[in-house]
Ligand binder design. Structure first.
Ligand code: NMX
Ligand code: MLT
Length: 470
């Protein structure tokens, strides 16, 4: 009876949504089904044929429908605003930010299982949601945690490949090297060499993806222990979930840090298909390079200071402010003076601006809420809060910055720093581990939907000038 009541409430809500488009977003997650499958792979297998049919139908019946025009500004402006990719898992609205399968971050915090009732969403739940579009229950995420632990063994040669680099190498260089070493065990590569038919490409891609996600924390923790600690490996704890295990292998046991890590991985996992790391992975996988090759390439994009390296740059910049004034407790005038100094020297303010967002990033907001709950008096957190008041009007005044508001990277560093992860050059690895949870599902669906080799057309400058002269 309760079921029928909620179904009819939902259909009433849907008909209101038809009349009020603004309501559409806020109720979208209500339409997401709860998962009933016993395991992730079976759930996915059941879903794929329906999606394959939908793609086939779109290509057959609507191949010439136009999605917008391509302008010179788009071609010369980094393809901003050009719709050119499909990804089912998430979408970024310029004003309200990310939705994972229609669910906002607060929706995910409410609906996805945590390590304890009311806890932050477990990354395993986000992975399940992104892959299937369904909300898993606690039992399902616990079994996925167990599955990831069972796949986590790292071959010794991967550690040796990292050891071949000097300890001074940037953590991201070491990380990409480790991921490339894991490629030796690619199931996709073996299956392709064995003549697997196209309809089954997604299956070894799934295996590679789960193995990759499972092994990344071990590789990432190894680099941290090697570069910053005693070099001793802390083994996986069989009783811990994915995020907590990563924190544990790094050497952290504070339950608040474990909880922050779950939140961190979940919110950094996916940001639709067009961001540099996801798009790179999709592009590199399109000629059927396996998930390890594609993800290593994605990491190299993430390592750029305008993308994932910005979290490192933010803490470095905050530290430089503290060094300049000798304290984090500075006045608005002092902060404003420092911001101008940064801009006048030709640098960007790290952690501010975005290629799509035009308001404060909800990933910033949820980290702020976490900080308000757990570390309201931390002087670095208070400085970050002050920066959020002072930077936007200054960037707005420049007249060219499309989004003066903070992005995800503006906040993460002070939380990590508070919990003792003080080595900012390591921060992009945390982003990288998290991004695999979003990029992996993208690669599986690329193969499931038979996405072709990506090959856009380029144009010479002369040709562009000729086209404009017409
Ligand atoms: N500080 C100073 N100038 C900026 C900033 C900023 N935070 N953001 C944009 N601008 C400048 C930008 O450099 C460009 O100047 P110019 O025309 O002289 O080249 C102008 O404003 C217009 O840029 P936008 O169209 O607003 O931004 P765009 O879409 O090109 O780039 C970012 C987006 C994210 C690359 C840019 O905002 C930026 O460099 N931000 C700082 C780095 C950062 O926080 N990156 C992390 C993004 C999130 N992530 O995790 O990936
Ligand atoms: C991301 O999470 O990938 C960044 O916010 C950058 C983007 O979306 O372009």
């Amino acid at each position: 009876m309760a079921f029928f009541r909620s179904v009819s409430a939902l259909s009433r809500l849907r008909s209101r949504v038809g009349q009020q488009p603004s309501l559409a977003n806020s109720v979208r997650w209500l339409q997401i089904q709860t998962s009933t499958a016993t395991d992730l792979r079976s759930e996915l297998k059941e879903l794929i044929p329906e999606y394959q049919e939908r793609v086939k139908k779109l290509r057959k019946e609507h191949a010439n429908v136009e999605l917008g025009k391509i302008t010179v500004d788009m071609v010369l402006g980094g393809m901003r605003g050009m719709t050119a990719l499909v990804w089912l898992g998430s979408a970024v609205d310029p004003d309200e930010g990310i939705r994972f399968r229609g669910m906002t971050i607060p929706d995910c915090q409410k609906k996805l299982p945590g390590a304890f009732p009311g806890g932050e969403p477990l990354p395993e739940g986000i992975l399940w949601l992104l892959l299937t579009g369904k909300i898993p229950n606690k039992e399902q995420v616990d079994s996925l945690s167990q599955e990831l632990r069972s796949r986590a063994k790292i071959p010794d040669y991967a550690f040796k490949a990292i050891d071949a680099l000097p300890v001074s190498a940037h953590p991201m260089t070491q990380f990409t090297t480790g991921v490339m070493a894991l490629q030796v065990e690619s199931e996709f590569q073996k299956a392709y060499e064995g003549g697997i038919p196209k309809a089954r490409y997604w299956e070894p891609t799934y295996e590679d993806t789960l193995n990759l996600i499972a092994r990344l924390p071990g590789i990432a923790a190894y680099i941290y222990r090697r570069k910053y600690k005693d070099g001793k490996i802390i083994p996986l704890d069989d009783s811990l979930d994915y995020g907590a295990n990563y924190a544990h292998m790094l050497g952290f046991e504070n339950p608040e840090m474990l909880e922050f890590m779950r939140l961190y991985i979940s919110i950094h996992s996916d940001h639709e298909g067009g961001n540099v790391s996801s798009h790179t992975a999709h592009l590199v996988a399109s000629p059927l390079s396996d998930p390890y090759l594609a993800f290593a390439a994605a990491l190299n994009g993430l390592a750029g200071p305008l993308h994932g390296l910005a979290n490192q740059e933010v803490l470095r910049w905050i530290r430089s402010i503290v060094a300049e004034f000798g304290t984090p407790n500075i006045s608005t005038e002092q902060l404003s003076e420092y911001i101008h100094k940064t801009l006048n020297s030709g640098q960007v303010i790290p952690g501010y601006g975005h290629g799509v967002l035009r308001k404060t990033d909800p990933r910033y907001t949820c980290q702020r809420e976490f900080a308000l709950k757990h570390l309201p008096n931390d002087p670095y957190f208070q400085l970050v809060s002050k920066i959020k008041e002072v930077v936007p009007p200054i960037l707005t005044k420049l007249g060219k910055v499309k989004n003066p508001w903070p992005n995800v990277d503006a906040h993460s560093g002070v939380l990590l720093n508070y919990y003792g992860l003080t080595e900012e050059n390591y921060y992009t690895i945390l982003f990288g581990v998290s991004r695999a949870v979003g990029v992996g599902p993208q690669l599986i669906w690329d193969r499931a939907l038979g996405m072709p080799l990506e090959r856009p057309k380029s144009v010479t400058l002369e040709k562009l000038e000729q086209l404009c002269a017409k």
